[in-house]
Design a protein around this ligand. Structure first.
Ligand code: GTP
Ligand code: MG
Length: 215
């Protein structure tokens, strides 16, 4: 009985420390984005990051994913296989900003780039577009360093608008979206891309006019 209580206490400490590492990783990466945002604005009088949102996966959804993927239910197994416990979503104004932000972050010395999924160059069949990164960031704890995975999704405002509606529809129809609606969603994704291209072109023209005026 005493032994069991002792083990339970250890398990609780381990679990809390495990979740803490992800919270610290989110804070660390959030700060990095805020620095980029503020410094870029100062240097270029322009803000490439419109919005930053972060979230932690709840213990319930971590367990759900463990079951779905048939993983072993242990802290090391979760640490190794579930790489989206800490997630950050960045909204940019223009597509070219997405790649610039990605390069600025991943060229930082303490960031290890683990995986890139470029759903902008290769959109998903449903029309989804976004740049996904899995990175690792070191977290300095009192007695050790933990390399923690963080999932980063970088997309334009138009891509984000589309993705949030698509997500709602997907769940409303319990993942079985009628084909007519699927087609329309895909069409909407293409229109969002056209809007992104048009806005980027207008922005470039504005910059050119500004440059000429200042000569
Ligand atoms: P998960 O194991 O479900 O996280 O997917 P994955 O490992 O194949 O990763 P992927 O990079 O494809 O997707 C990760 C996350 O991106 C998802 O959890 C969603 O938040 C988002 N995402 C990916 N595909 C879609 C999509 O078709 N529509 C929407 N709305 N979001 C998507
Ligand atoms: Mg995920």
């Amino acid at each position: 009985m005493v032994q069991e209580g002792h083990e339970l206490k250890h398990l609780k400490v381990d679990l809390i420390r495990f979740m803490m590492a992800y919270k610290f990783a989110l804070e660390e990466v959030n700060t990095k984005f805020h620095i980029l945002q503020e410094e870029f604005q100062y240097m270029h009088e322009y803000n490439p990051i419109e919005h930053i949102k972060s979230r932690m996966k709840s213990p319930e959804s971590i367990l759900k994913k463990v079951k779905k993927k048939g993983l072993e239910l242990s802290i090391p197994s979760i640490q190794h296989h579930i790489r989206d416990i800490a997630g950050i979503r960045i909204n940019c104004s223009f597509t070219k900003d997405i790649y610039e932000i990605c390069n600025m972050l991943t060229s930082q010395k303490d960031i290890t780039l683990i995986e890139v999924k470029d759903y902008i160059k290769n959109p998903k069949p449903n029309g989804y577009r976004s740049l996904h990164l899995i990175i690792q960031v070191p977290i300095f704890m009192s007695d050790r360093v933990e390399n923690v995975y963080v999932e980063i999704q970088i997309r334009t405002i138009a891509m984000d608008f589309w993705a949030s509606l698509e997500h709602k529809i997907y769940y409303k129809y319990n993942k079985d979206v009628p084909s007519k609606l699927k087609e329309e969603l895909k069409e909407a994704a293409e229109q969002a891309t056209l809007l992104d291209q048009k806005m980027e072109k207008l922005h470039m023209e504005m910059d050119n006019i500004k440059a000429k005026d200042s000569i």
